[in-house]
Ligand binder design. Structure first.
Ligand SMILES: NC(=O)c1ccc[n+]([C@@H]2O[C@H](COP(=O)([O-])OP(=O)(O)OC[C@H]3O[C@@H](n4cnc5c(N)ncnc54)[C@H](O)[C@@H]3O)[C@@H](O)[C@H]2O)c1
Length: 391
């Protein structure tokens, strides 16, 4: 079993393997202990993997209780959160007991918020089952629920006690959900040349997941509470969240992030920050993994959500602008300025597509870090963050 150690204020391990789910109980017993476990899962995932986990834990002597809610982003709410904490309380979980999240990012985010707040924090084990959850949401301790006003508006930082990944569960993940995860993977590829190069061939998924975790580990350990370096992980997310919210969550997170990456890169290209070859490279990758680049909303609709994004200030927002693979820039823009940039990026969309279709595809992009050595990331991204301010 592969181990990745996350050295945050509360350190924890990520354990990764193929077919490890039936052995989960031994690991939890050895690393955490406790007597009772509440499994929180969604209806789809529990049907597929609930029995395996319940049986393994019960055989090991745990008292197991299941809380299962309907799958979907529309259930990442205060109401689901409230029901989970009531359930923990009814079953008299102590702080030594465990909440185990079995599912994708929705299950992890809402149940993690319950784990963080019930009795001011109980043991929390994440068993991510979607690609998004494996590469992103299960690591780094961001937990949240959505409010009617916007996404993830109520949340906390709360690190799990253990993350347990069995790659085999991806076999049942529908293609649409796999692509959803690829939206976040492509975001990472804008921060890392090595990953960007791997995506050009048909990469082994375990290697892709490990690489994404290595990038997130680096950023989370440097900046656990999202004050500086970690913010690069929000690349494409301000626009992405606005698309997600405007669609009332009908456009899933990863698809919205893919559109957000496309638009923020177009803005960066228009500002003369991202060289055209990198922009072409990004659009090629997005298309290769099946993303449509049609934006179904106008700038006025998107701005309504962008101005209430939790990362926005009162006058404007700090943009994370992609520059080259492994370099981004930070630039402050007033809402009025940003609206004009967004309008331009959207207006010229059909021209951009036509222009791109005439360009020869250069898949190499001046790689300087073209190596398969995983540790290279730690050296190469020290210059990842290049901040500059401009109003
Ligand atoms: N906390 C963070 O740092 C962070 C980071 C990125 C995304 N997120 C959040 O994660 C959420 C998106 O995550 P998601 O895409 O995993 O959503 P999700 O949990 O809704 O899962 C997507 C769908 O896939 C199904 N599914 C999951 N695993 C499966 C499997 N192995 N087999 C079959 N079906 C399976 C689920 O039932 C659901 O229908 C969003 O709410 C987003 O805001 C959080």
């Amino acid at each position: 079993m592969k181990k990745i150690y996350i050295n945050t204020s509360k350190p924890y391990e990520i354990l990764l393997d193929f077919g490890s789910l039936p052995k989960i109980a031994e690991t939890i017993k050895e690393k955490i202990g406790g007597k009772k476990i509440v499994i929180v899962s969604d209806s789809k995932v529990f049907k597929l993997y609930g029995d395996i986990v319940v049986e393994a834990l019960s055989k090991s002597g745990y008292k197991v209780f299941n809380f299962v809610f309907n799958s979907g982003e529309e259930n990442k709410t205060m109401s689901t959160y409230q029901k989970i904490v009531n359930f923990l309380s009814e079953h008299q979980l102590s702080r030594e007991d465990i909440l185990l999240s079995l599912g994708g990012g929705v299950v992890g985010d809402v149940s993690g918020f319950a784990a963080a707040t019930y009795k001011r924090g109980i043991n929390w084990v994440q068993v991510p089952t979607s690609l998004i959850a494996m590469v992103d949401s299960s690591i780094g301790g961001k937990v949240a629920v959505n409010l009617p006003q916007g996404k993830n508006l109520l949340g906390d930082f709360y690190q799990p006690s253990l993350v347990f990944i069995d790659y085999n569960v991806l076999a049942t993940l529908p293609t649409k959900e796999f692509r959803n995860g690829m939206g976040e993977v492509i975001k990472y590829s804008l921060l890392d040349e090595n990953l960007n190069n791997r995506l050009k061939s048909m990469p082994a998924i375990d290697k892709i997941i490990e690489r994404c975790i290595a990038i997130k580990k680096y950023l989370v350990e440097k900046d656990e509470f999202d004050k500086k370096e970690r913010r690069v992980l929000n690349l494409g997310h301000t626009i992405g969240h606005s698309i997600e919210s405007a669609s009332n969550y009908k456009i899933p997170h990863g698809y919205a992030v893919a559109l957000g990456l496309y638009l923020i890169s177009k803005i960066s290209l228009d500002m003369g920050i991202m060289p055209e070859e990198y922009f072409i490279d990004l659009t090629t990758t997005l298309k290769k993994y099946g993303f449509s680049l049609e934006i179904p909303y106008n700038s006025a609709t998107l701005m309504k959500y962008i101005t209430s994004d939790k990362k926005a200030g009162t006058k404007g927002l700090n943009l994370i602008l992609p520059k080259t693979h492994s370099k981004v820039m930070l630039a402050f823009k007033t809402f009025d300025n940003f609206k004009v940039m967004l309008e331009n990026a959207l207006l010229n969309q059909s021209e951009t597509m036509e222009h791109l279709s005439k360009k020869p595809i250069n898949n190499t992009c001046n790689n300087t870090n073209n190596t398969s050595n995983k540790n290279t990331y730690y050296q190469s991204c020290s210059d990842l963050w290049e901040a500059f301010h401009e109003s």
